[in-house]
Design a protein around this ligand. Sequence first.
Ligand code: FES
Length: 175
Amino acid sequence: MNEIVIKTSEETAPTIQTPKQSQDSLSETIKTLGLPQIQRHLFLCADQTNPKCCSKAVSLEAWDYLKRRLKELGLDQVTEAKPSCIFRTKANCLRVCMAGPILVIYPDGVWYRQATPHVIERIIQEHLIGNKIVEDYAFCNHPLPQKFVPAFGSQTLDDNPSSHLDHEIIEQKTE
Ligand code: FES
């Protein structure tokens, strides 16, 4: 029988599960995290192995602020009144490597520079809640194609008619 090794964290030893057990575990995790209810997913360059866009301390301050504010505002949780949530992920490097912390929001495809706590608060209030790009800090706008829903094993990205969208560069404004 095939076995899958799952390492749950650096502190715990890997556990060995059968494919059926691992699918059951994943199904439970999908439910707990509310993955099907994600409305937007934020990636923030933070805690970098090789800090380039900003210092590690600045990135971690931004990351802690983002996590705390999403939680305080209840944006990271699904509720009966609000059946969608915002997901956030700490990225080691988003490859822009300047003017950080760099933050990108999907599926909107809006990239932000200098995402310090003050800017993150504006992004939360104006972009996440108000659905309006914070143009003072956005430097690229490239929404991902939204109509393509891949079916397991039957389609490839080449079938996606909207996968070659142009992107728009937002003029960087000086402060
Ligand atoms: S180090 Fe932040 S984008 Fe590369």
